[in-house]
Design a protein around this ligand. Structure first.
Ligand code: ZN
Length: 241
């Protein structure tokens, strides 16, 4: 991959197999789709361990901040270090933000994304990664993320997106779980399988602009949804895709 890790800046990558046959069958993935979802979850930076999904998420966070540099470097900027960040699960960017004064670690499912325990307009950035597909009313959850953002704030997130089909609910289908093949928990029950229309849901939740990012299409896609078209830096950011 001709790129650098968007978290630590290194350029050496490895690959793990992540998907298992039962999940592939439930999800009805073609061999090509299985390959790209495996890269999304299993291709990883040999230096910091971030997977491709985490690196794509970092691009979304760079967009929200309005600066194009590895996250580990960005957080050394006092203005970035002062941002109010709500992190909804452990992601590859968490280690860069953890310990900063205004960082809030609120892990799903301990915190209910349908009813976030924060006042309106609290955060500059809200982050979640491969979580929304497990949340029953995901448009409402996106609206909650929007509610707790400042007017200049952005939500940065990933969901697994199968680009050649439309979003479908798994209601009425056999249960399907993410996580690991063993030790499944109900928290990781898949409620929604996202597809090519994933762009519409942040708009339905009231966001004013939605931008998509990838390091390798269609392997891993991340989304920056902003309250308005204007980001933290005060001008429309240039990473629109
Ligand atoms: Zn890295």
């Amino acid at each position: 991959m001709e790129t650098r890790c968007s978290i630590c800046g290194h350029d050496q990558f490895g690959q793990r197999k992540v998907l298992w046959d039962a999940l592939v069958n439930e999800w009805q993935l073609s061999p090509r789709e299985r390959e790209y979802v495996d890269r999304q979850q299993g291709m990883h930076c040999l230096s910091c361990g971030a997977n491709l999904r985490g690196m794509a998420l970092a691009l979304a966070v760079q967009d929200a901040i309005g600066k194009d540099a590895p996250i580990a470097q960005l957080v050394k900027d006092p203005a970035v270090a002062a941002l109010r960040v709500l992190d909804m699960n452990v992601t590859s960017i968490s280690s860069s933000f953890r310990g900063l004064p205004n960082y809030v670690d609120a892990r799903y499912p301990d915190v209910d994304m349908h009813s976030l325990p924060y006042p309106d307009g609290t955060f500059d950035i809200v982050v979640h990664s491969d979580t929304l597909e497990h949340v029953p009313n995901f448009v409402h959850a996106l609206g909650e993320c929007r509610r707790v953002l400042k007017p200049t704030g952005s939500l940065c997130y990933t969901v697994p997106i199968i680009v050649d089909r439309l979003t479908r609910s798994r209601a009425g289908l056999p249960p399907s779980y993410h996580g690991k093949a063993e030790g499944l928990r109900d928290d990781y029950l898949v409620v929604t399988e996202f597809g090519a229309d994933a762009w519409r849901y942040p708009f339905e939740a009231g966001f004013g602009s939605v931008r998509f990012h990838t390091l390798r299409f269609p392997d891993a896609i991340a989304i920056t949804a902003s309250q308005s078209g204007v980001g933290i830096a005060g001008s429309s950011s240039g990473r629109a895709a």
